[in-house]
Design a protein around this ligand. Structure first.
Ligand SMILES: [Zn+2]
Length: 81
């Protein structure tokens, strides 16, 4: 049996190209991450704690780049709060 790490869908809004997109986070992810818009390649810096994106905007020490899912690009919200 493969050990499955739960994936969490997270929605991002890119103010540069006016698109929403999703990316997958994992529960064991913590730290500062760079989320790249799959449309315009704009970089969004976010602090993530246990797979949850916080409102903290970080501008330094982003250790990993997460690429948004291109297939999910949308001009309207994908997930509802
Ligand atoms: Zn963009």
């Amino acid at each position: 049996m493969l050990k499955k790490i739960e994936r969490i869908k997270e929605q991002f809004w890119c103010q540069e190209c006016k698109h929403y997109f999703l990316t997958y986070l994992r529960k064991n992810m913590s730290g500062s991450f760079t989320v790249e818009c799959p449309s315009c390649k704009h970089h969004h810096f976010r602090a993530i704690v246990n797979g949850v994106v916080t409102e903290t905007r970080v501008r330094q020490d982003h250790k990993d780049i997460l690429i948004g899912l291109k297939a999910t690009l949308s001009t309207t919200p994908i997930l509802r709060a």
